[in-house]
Every structure is written in structure tokens, then in C-alpha cells.
Design a binder for this molecule. Structure first.
Ligand code: PRP
Ligand code: URA
Length: 212
């Protein structure tokens, strides 16, 4: 599928996912290893920004033909779990602006409810890294993308960065917003009857923030 990019499942990544999926993993380890995966995902997401040629002269006096990022970016996290990904964005993009969209799934129906959003005013001229670790039914991500499109962000300028996706969420997101790029670390098998991802890792927000 043209707009879906899955991180190569290297031995490193296998080890990291094994730790965060393990139900016996303690919260400090869960955070530490989830953060390592998130950093890899953010770096990968940045590869989808446009670049243009830039020439520099090295200390040896040689000419070097390189590249520079073109276009401005912004990050928007889907609160709460998406906030866990903000730190990695700040580490790699020093002056990045960060917007927030608070969406929570109804615990019975899994329907997303939008409570709040606060976005940089010039968002529509920027590429947007949309942050949420879990893509289950796709309801929350689609609602967040609608919020971004309502303020004028073009679909093709949205890069959705995600730790674990599943076929149901990918199907919904790609059919409702086909030009959005999805950068994910792993595509899991399916959803259970409570709309949790299988095998998954449980409730990401609860495990990361310690509210389980
Ligand atoms: C989780 C997760 C996503 C959403 C994914 O958030 O962080 O936002 O569920 O599910 P969906 O694709 O079916 O919409 P949740 O609403 O549980 O809130 P949290 O961030 O506080 O954990
Ligand atoms: N949200 C989570 O945190 N985990 C899931 O499996 C589904 C939604």
C-alpha cells in the first residue's frame, strides 16, 4: 500500500517490541523501551519531508553536495497516549511547535470523543507529524485528521506516526484519508471484541503513564 511505511523488523526492533509487549514488564522499562522505538519512528517520519539540494564546503576545503529540509513542520499529539511521543520530537526538532488534540475512546463503544484541540495558528502551511502510539479501529486518528483538515492542513502534508497498527485501523484511515502517510513500527493481527489490538500490548496510555 503506497502510503504505509513499516519500520524494518531488525533484531534491535524485535527485542524492543518483545519487552514492551510482555505483560510482566515494569513501568520504567516499558517507558524506556517504548521511548527507544518512538525515537526510531520519529526519525523515520522525518524522512518523508521534502528536501532540496545544498552545497557546503568541508574543513578540508572540499565541496560537498548534500541536502537540506524544505518546508516547516509541526507536531500534533492525540492526547493522552500521543503525548508520550512529544519528547522524541523535541529531541530531534529543536524549536518545534506542538499542538494537542484531546480525544478519548468511549470505554464501552470504543467510539472516539473529541474534547479539545489547541493548534498553532499557522498550521496549514506546515507538514504535521500526527502522534499516537496505537491505531486500533482508526476512529481516534480519523477524528484528529478531520480536525487538522478543518483548519486547512492538506491530507498529503500529514504524517501519522504510530507504534502499533492493525488491519482494521489501516483500512479505515486509508479509505477516509488516502493521502495521509502512515509510519508504523508493526502491523498486528486483529482487534478483539473490545477493540483492543491483538497481540498488542494492552492499554498504552495506562502502561506508559502508570494508571493501570
Ligand atoms: C487509545 C490510543 C488511541 C486510541 C486508538 O487512546 O492512544 O488514541 O485509543 O484506538 P482507536 O483507533 O480505536 O480510536 P484512549 O482513547 O484509550 O486514551 P488514552 O490516550 O488516554 O489511553
Ligand atoms: N488503545 C490502546 O492503548 N491499546 C489498544 O489495543 C487499543 C487502543
Amino acid at each position: 500500500m503506497k502510503n504505509i511505511h513499516v519500520l524494518p523488523y531488525t533484531p534491535q526492533l524485535q527485542g524492543l517490541y518483545t519487552i514492551i509487549r510482555d505483560k510482566t514488564t515494569r513501568r520504567d522499562d516499558f517507558r524506556f523501551y517504548a521511548d527507544r522505538i518512538i525515537r526510531l519512528l520519529i526519525e523515520e517520519g522525518l524522512n518523508f519531508l521534502p528536501i532540496e539540494e545544498k552545497r557546503v564546503v568541508t574543513p578540508t576545503g572540499s565541496d560537498f553536495k548534500g541536502a537540506v529540509f524544505r518546508g516547516e513542520i509541526c507536531a500534533v499529539s492525540i492526547v493522552r497516549a500521543g503525548e508520550s511521543m512529544e519528547h522524541a520530537v523535541k529531541e530531534v526538532c529543536k524549536r518545534v511547535r506542538i499542538g494537542k488534540i484531546l480525544i478519548q475512546r468511549d470505554e464501552e463503544t470504543a467510539e472516539p470523543i473529541l474534547f479539545y484541540s489547541k493548534l498553532p495558528p499557522d498550521l496549514k502551511k506546515r507538514y504535521v507529524l500526527l502522534l499516537d502510539p496505537m491505531l486500533a479501529t482508526g476512529g481516534s486518528a480519523c477524528k484528529a485528521i478531520e480536525v487538522l483538515k478543518d483548519v486547512g492542513v492538506a491530507e498529503e502534508k500529514i504524517i501519522f506516526v504510530n507504534l502499533i497498527a492493525c488491519p482494521e485501523g489501516i483500512k479505515r484511515l486509508t479509505s477516509e484519508h488516502p493521502e495521509v502517510k502512515i509510519i508504523t513500527g508493526f502491523i498486528d493481527k486483529e482487534l478483539n471484541e473490545k477493540a483492543f489490538i491483538l497481540p498488542g500490548l494492552g492499554d498504552f496510555g495506562d502502561r506508559y503513564f502508570g494508571t493501570e
